[in-house]
Design a binder for this molecule. Sequence first.
Ligand code: SF4
Length: 168
Amino acid sequence: MNPRIRIAGVVKESIVDGPGIRFVVFAQGCPHHCEGCHNPDTHDLSGGHLVRIDTIIDEMKKNPLLDGITLSGGEPFLQSAGFSELARCAQAASYHVMTYTGYTYETLTAKNDQEWQQLLKYTDLLVDGRFEAEQKSLLLKFRGSQNQRIIDVNQSRLKNKLILSKMN
Ligand code: SF4
C-alpha cells in the first residue's frame, strides 16, 4: 500500500519539533479551530497538496543526520490511514515517530477505529490536546499550552495506563 496524504508542507530538518533532528510533516486539514492556532493555513480540508508516502521516506533517507519524523498539523488523525502508513514505514526505517494531535489520548484510545489505533501503534511519542490560548506558556518543551502532554505511547500500551514522557 502506498497511499497519498494531504499535507500543508514539510520541514526537512528541525530541532524544535521533538527530540533530536527531525523531518516534520504538516497534515493539511484540522477540525479543532483552536483560538490562537499558529498554523491556521492548515485548517482547510481541501488545501495543501497530495504527496506519496514513499516520496517522504525517500526524502528523509537523503539526510543521514535525521533521528525521527514528527507528524504535525493540521490534524494527522483526520487522515489516519495514510499517516499510520507513513509512521509504520518511518519506524521500519528505524526513525523515531512523534505525533501531534488536537484530540486527547483518552479520546483516541476510546475510539473504536482501527486506523486511529494503527496511528497510535506506530507512534512513539504523542503530544495531545488542543492549543488553549489561556494556558499558553513559552517555557514548555515541544508544546504550546499547559494542558498538552507528551505521552510515552509505548510505555502507556505496556502498562495499560497513561504514562507521561520524562520530557514534560
Ligand atoms: S489542533 Fe493544532 S492545527 Fe488544529 S487548530 Fe488546534 S493548534 Fe491549530
